[in-house]
Design a protein. Sequence first.
Length: 617
Amino acid sequence: MMSALSTLSAERIVAAVLGLAVLLGWVRLALWQRGAGAAGAAHWRLAALAALQPLVAGALFLTLFPPAWQHAADELVVATAGTPRRAAFATRGRLVALPEAPRLDRAEAVPDLATALRRHPATRRLVVLGQGLAPRDLDSARGLPIVHTSPAEPPGIVALALPAPVAAGAAFSVAGRVAPAAGARVELVDPAGRVTDRQPVAADGTFRLSGTTRAAGTARFALRLRQPGGRLQEEADVPVLAVAAAKPRLLILAGAPGPEIKFLRRWASDAGFAVQTQIAAGGGIALGDAPIALTLSTLNGYAAAIVDERAWAGLGTGRSTLLEAVRGGMGLVLRSDGDEGTRAWWRGFGLAPAGRGGVVPVVLPEVAVDTPEALALARTRRGIGTRDVPEGSDLDDPVLPDVTRLGGKWSGVDVVPFLADAGGNPLAAWRPLGTGRVAAFAVPDSYPLALSGRADLFADWWSRLLGAVARPADGPALIAGPFWAGERAVLCGPAAAGPVVQPDGTVTTLVRDRGADGCAGFWSTRAGWHQAGTGGAAQVFYVHPAEAIPALRAGRDRTATLQLARGAGAAPQGRGTDSQPGSPWPWFGLWLAGCGALWLLERSTRGRGGMRAGPVA
């Protein structure tokens, strides 16, 4: 009360002093004009000087005592990351700034939204500026109406689907979206620095890259976004966890020996499958491993089976047993030899492709010759010695192998085409059968890929084929992410029970959240791999650096805030108004401009003949 009275008294004193100064200025102007006579200033100059006196005085008063802004008493304006200064300046509400927000002149700095709400308990509505609320503040905002206008997406990686834990030696994929998409390319780099996949970004900004793990454990791949011209715009860590699981069992049944079976068996063994091969050589002779009895109890131990039409025809009563195992969860891949009889065989499974028949070429992706190793491989494929071509000479793309497929395309309510070639033509399709899946592979011979240096494509095709149909194995629980250093992460389940070991060896004991079932909050101070829990329940998760993938982080906050705003319903009308001190800077600018105008008029008047310098209000 005393402070308000003293402020009011100061305002009155300053107003009285400025008013007196204006009166003295007017008297001075009148005396000068009277004494100057005909040589005095023009009437418009005199009027301008008289009008500027109270204007300058008023601007000075408002600079010292800026008027308060009226706003809804129950409304709180929250500045978050990326808040434009002009938006913060234009708002008339009570403004608070979270730690991620830029520095704003009249904003009240708060460590989190919960603190701001405790300081302003009358808040009934939130106006969120900038990218949106961080996960730390979402729980505090629940139940309050939120007004949030989504800003434009920042350039960079705006969406990213990180790979789930995979078996050691298996393939994984990374998908996401970038902005802007025009001319952009993405590439996946393994821990050794080699580019394992490179693709142009689709017109809608989406992409999908594939990689392969080498051994069990944690690995950190890198996702690079390059703009037209090859300029590196952004690089993001891709954490991959490869687990050493029990080898899934794979059964390969072939009606005759051939190179396709040889390379397929070799790849499956390297990929971690326990392979059982049975090849009919005719005349009752069987090649491969020791034969097994095709009983239901035996087949239930296999994750998948690969069968060609000759082997299928020779199974006899074993076909019903094999189908019963598929209905129980085993996967089945039907491999073609490329003849038209395949369509009739597949039709019985509901997987016959429709349209033009025959055998057509597979459109293979081009290979970029941008490394010395790839250059040497390209020359070798043409029979060119490395010394026969001068350094820096241009070479066409490496010779691609001749790979064919059965013509036509799949369709059907429960048929899922997948594994497309570079021309968008699907090479395989699957449909459910009981609790298992059966797939048809339209490429009779894929082994030329391995012979021509495209073993990566051969492995990718078969890995995705078996990944789509094989009986799933139990794997480790996934801790959702991504996480950033310096930001609160929520760990649930077994991970919340034990301590967390950070990359530098620091051990942090977790405290479970009250009201959250089996969850605990954790603030990481370092980027890298973390271990949560101990013993058999131990899990690992990756924490990105605080400044990494800014567009993805902004998109996460923006989406979460908009979803929270939609779920909270419409904002009610304010219950009364409150006042907020205004900014003095606009009035200071007006005062400065007025003083400059007075100085110019006074100077020009003295130069024309006669007005002596004197005090100016």
